[in-house]
Design a protein around this ligand. Structure first.
Ligand SMILES: Cc1cc2nc3c(=O)[nH]c(=O)nc-3n(C[C@H](O)[C@H](O)[C@H](O)COP(=O)(O)OP(=O)(O)OC[C@H]3O[C@@H](n4cnc5c(N)ncnc54)[C@H](O)[C@@H]3O)c2cc1C
Length: 476
């Protein structure tokens, strides 16, 4: 049977695949994203430190340095277009002694080569910025252009906008084989059909070398490294005001203390050898993070820890991003093994790769391209809430009391393009279930709303991937 021929197929709906798709939607293109999970942003893009690094840290003249510096500057605009909760907090890298001061000075020089302004500050200024620092800190490298973002909303916003501009997405579609046939690629998925395309983009994150091996011998090898985190409840709005790093070593950036865009605090990540899909958390990880973080801050209300989670880094033996069109197979773009600072670089990578594809396929401008998604219904005061309730009374019916998420907000989210179909999907985008009770009170209501709005039986509502339904069978 003759298959429909796509211009572009992107494997993977993490932040990189999502960003490439969104920037590609500026052109008239027939493009499909294939994602193996039941939602977008389920791997590294959904479990990271959420920091938009300014770009002083990567080695000069690497792809990491290039895309981080350009990418960080794109967040103000994307915040306006996609409502991703970007906050320019700045970051502080902390030094405790003269050796650290030497490291901070060399990082500052590196920043100058990369074109990123930083300043070294002493104890007095440090404590004005961060009163809860450990009293042993002496120096800080302040990068004022850095910030934090909501990584879930970044991925879902990019996807929603791409779909609004006519890109297609198929979830639960794991790519298991690829064939090169003359001047196109045939892509086989597990049980979800076979597709053909002129251009193939490998944005499969930590599976990048494996996916490449379907077509050619990969030039890089991925060595996954797990990072565990501890997440805290909101306890004091200004406990810390920005991400605090230790001085980096050969083993990476070390443990950091930071806050989310919703004012939860977290500590992490560990840096451990792991398998590709090991997202477990351990007591050793918890104890290590607790011990290390106390070097940075004075005191940590450990009783306010509400959850642990892990993400897996797609580190490789080249120690840089893989972003290239294959010189053996025309039209095969490898944009995988994107480790930190991949989130901060994602917009620049998406724009760059989409321009390469536009050139290769000679794509015309999409005259109907709209860079905005519909603003999320939000309230930060009673008057705004009243306005929302006037539009729809369900905006006043609170489902998640910890994080103040109402039924109206959940319904709005479900009916967006690429909207959530799972309990975790609601949790990621709206924070229902993210708070202190971790869904004890709201999960049941969320399941009922998903069942009703998606018109599926209640026992078919999944927590995340297919087969993770919470209600297993009906009792009397
Ligand atoms: C612990 C940790 C902390 C980090 N902190 C930061 C930070 O603070 N700032 C920063 O800039 N960066 C950070 N990063 C890096 C950043 O998270 C990644 O660079 C970024 O998320 C990579 O996005 P991606 O789309 O390439 O990969 P992923 O998010 O992993 O997406 C790849 C997608 O491909 C899909 N896929 C894989 N195989 C297949 C297949 N066969 N068929 C179909 N789909 C497939 C996967 O399901 C997945 O959805 C951190 C990473 C980790 C792990």
């Amino acid at each position: 049977m003759k298959k429909e021929l796509y211009d572009v197929i992107i494997i993977g709906a993490g932040v990189i695949g999502a960003s490439i798709a969104r920037f590609l939607s500026r052109f008239n293109v027939k493009c499909l994203i294939l994602e193996k999970h039941n939602d977008v942003g389920e791997e590294a893009s959904g479990a990271n430190s959420a920091i938009v690094h300014s770009g002083y840290d990567p080695k000069p003249n690497t792809l990491k340095a290039k895309f981080n510096v350009i990418g960080a500057k794109m967040f103000d605009k994307i915040n306006d277009e996609l409502d991703v909760n970007y906050i320019k907090t700045g970051t502080l890298t902390i030094g405790f002694n003269n050796d650290d001061l030497i490291t901070l000075k060399s990082l500052k020089e590196r920043g100058e080569i990369n074109g990123v302004e930083t300043s070294i500050i002493g104890k007095d200024e440090l404590f004005k910025l961060e009163p809860n620092l450990n009293k042993n800190v002496l120096y800080g490298l302040y990068a004022k252009e850095a910030g934090i973002v909501n990584p879930f909303l970044l991925v879902s916003g990019l996807i929603e906008n791409a779909l609004e501009n006519n890109i297609d997405l198929k979830l639960n579609s794991e790519v298991i084989k690829i064939e090169k046939i003359m001047d196109f690629y045939r892509v086989f998925t597990k049980d979800k059909g076979i597709y053909e395309t002129k251009v193939l983009v490998n944005a499969s994150g930590r599976n990048g070398d494996y996916i490449t091996s379907f077509i050619e011998k990969p030039k890089f090898k991925i060595t996954p490294r797990k990072g565990q985190y501890i997440l805290f409840d909101h306890f004091d709005d200004h406990f810390i005001n920005r991400p605090l790093f230790m001085c980096p070593t050969k083993m990476g950036k070390g443990v950091l203390v930071s806050k989310t865009t919703s004012n939860n605090y977290y500590i992490g990540p560990t840096n451990e050898a792991s398998s590709l899909d090991d997202v477990s958390t351990t007591k050793e990880g918890f104890d290590y993070l607790k011990k290390e973080s106390l070097k940075l801050i004075n005191n940590l209300p450990i009783k306010d820890a509400i959850r642990e989670f892990s993400g897996v880094r797609a580190n490789n033996n080249i120690d840089d991003f893989i972003i290239e069109e294959s010189n053996l197979n025309e039209g095969f773009f490898n944009v995988s093994s994107i480790m930190s600072p991949g989130l901060a670089s994602s917009l620049a990578i998406g724009e760059y790769v989409s321009n390469l594809i536009q050139n290769r396929l000679n794509l015309k401008i999409n005259e109907n391209y709209n860079p905005y998604i519909r603003k999320y219904p939000k309230f930060n005061n009673y008057e705004k809430l009243k306005d929302l309730i006037n539009i729809n009374p369900l905006y006043g019916k609170f489902i998640c009391r910890c994080e103040k998420v109402s039924e109206g907000m959940i319904i709005d989210m479900i009916h967006r393009k690429g909207g959530p179909t799972t309990v975790k999907g609601i949790k990621k985008r709206l924070r229902a279930g993210f708070g202190r009770c971790q869904g004890t009170f709201c999960q049941e209501e969320v399941i009922k709303i998903l069942s009703r709005e998606l018109n599926i039986p209640i026992d078919e509502v999944n927590y995340s991937d297919l087969g993770t339904n919470i209600l297993k069978y009906r009792s009397k």
